[in-house]
Write a protein that binds this ligand. Structure first.
Ligand code: DAH
Length: 360
């Protein structure tokens, strides 16, 4: 056997013996690469006579073609084998149950859901959302809202105060969302239509009170808004929120330093056992406070009460969430008990909106 023939046999045997694509690539480089055995033979042609070159050149090139073809064949075989091996290794048992992921397991807290519902309802009436800090000054929380200095109303709120600063002033945890009324009026010109959801704090704890709770406030300031508008807005809100066609409301005179006149609003309901149904029956349930913004408050914000007027209201979010979704104990809201959240929470993609239905 000529040297060429035995080299070819040797290479073809190595091709057949290559166990995977990497080994095959090694064989290819050793034979056909720049310094491969067949490439080296081709380089010897230059030194040959023309006759010798013709016969020898043809023989080497044919051997080269056969080796290249054999490598291509073997590569195809190895590739298919590798795929087969992978398929049999990575089989999926489609009969296994799907493992639960965050979308099926995660829940939106009822408070977050109710805040989204409330803002969806008021956004539909043209209100925007305003927010303010949880840590407030005495000025925004009380003084600018027309609470007289040393007036018992300040104590009524069971305020959490921080330690006094050197100048004697004390920061506090806001006792209501009303200070954001002031922040809104001093930062944007009328007409103002905002709802203000947020955390509030009072030193109080039992089945219906927690030291941290949530309120939502509404504020309208322009030239001509009056009590009739307020009544309509509140009734529309109550119907949309409790998803009923009719509600009865009862406005009772009350007192808040920042509104004059001030009212408390009851909504008609039916009580049976521990269940309360809004929009039916002859009972009443107190649901919010409201009134015409006091001229002093308007003045405290640098506006002229002879030019602009308006109304405000405020209510507890936790309470109306308990009412709507039948949750008996407020404290459970803040226990971070996953079982409770799984039962009362909402699925992450059930975003409330008026078109799709608040709680569809
Ligand atoms: N800030 C009051 C409270 O926490 C609630 C309230 C009553 C807010 C009347 C208002 C309002 O804006 O007009 O008890």
């Amino acid at each position: 056997m000529s040297d060429l023939a035995s080299l070819e046999t040797e290479i073809l045997a190595a091709v057949d013996g290559a166990a995977d694509e990497a080994a095959l690539e090694g064989v290819r480089v050793a034979a056909l690469g720049k310094k491969g055995s067949i490439s080296e033979l081709l380089k010897t042609l230059g030194a040959m006579s023309p006759d010798e070159r013709r016969t020898r050149g043809a023989a080497i090139n044919e051997a080269k073609d056969r080796v290249a073809a054999a490598i291509a064949d073997r590569r195809g075989v190895l590739r298919r084998a590798a795929i087969e091996a992978r398929l049999s290794r990575e089989t999926v048992d489609v009969t296994l149950p799907v493992r639960p992921g965050p979308l099926s397991e995660g829940r939106i807290h009822p408070i977050s859901q109710v805040i989204d519902e409330i803002t969806a309802i008021f956004a539909d009436m043209g209100f925007s959302v305003a927010e303010g800090p949880d840590i407030e000054t005495d000025h925004y929380n009380f003084t600018a809202l027309n609470f007289p200095a040393d007036h018992p109303a300040r104590e009524m709120h069971d305020t959490f105060f921080f330690n006094p600063k050197e100048d004697g002033s004390r920061l506090l945890l806001r006792t209501h969302t009303s200070p954001v009324q002031i922040r809104t009026m001093i930062s944007q010109p009328p007409p103002i239509r905002v709802v203000i959801p947020g955390r509030t704090y009072r030193c109080d704890s039992d089945a219906t009170h927690t030291p941290m709770f949530h309120q939502v406030e509404g504020l309208v300031i322009d030239r001509s808004s009056h009590f009739g508008h307020l009544k309509w807005i509140l009734e529309e809100f109550l119907k949309a929120f409790f998803e009923v066609d009719h509600v009865k409301t009862r406005f009772r005179p009350s007192f808040f330093p920042f509104t004059e006149p001030s009212m408390e609003v009851d909504v008609g309901c039916r009580r049976s056992g521990s269940e309360i149904r809004i929009g039916e029956g002859d009972d009443w349930l107190e649901i919010l406070g409201c009134g015409m913004v006091h001229p002093n408050v308007i003045r405290n914000c640098g506006l002229d009460p002879d030019e602009v007027q308006g109304f405000a209201w405020g209510m507890g979010i936790d309470r109306i969430a308990m009412l709507k979704y039948g949750m008996p104990d407020l404290r459970a809201f803040f226990d971070a008990d996953v079982r409770w959240l799984k039962h009362y929470g909402f699925r992450p993609l059930d975003l409330p909106n008026l078109l799709g239905g608040l709680t569809s």
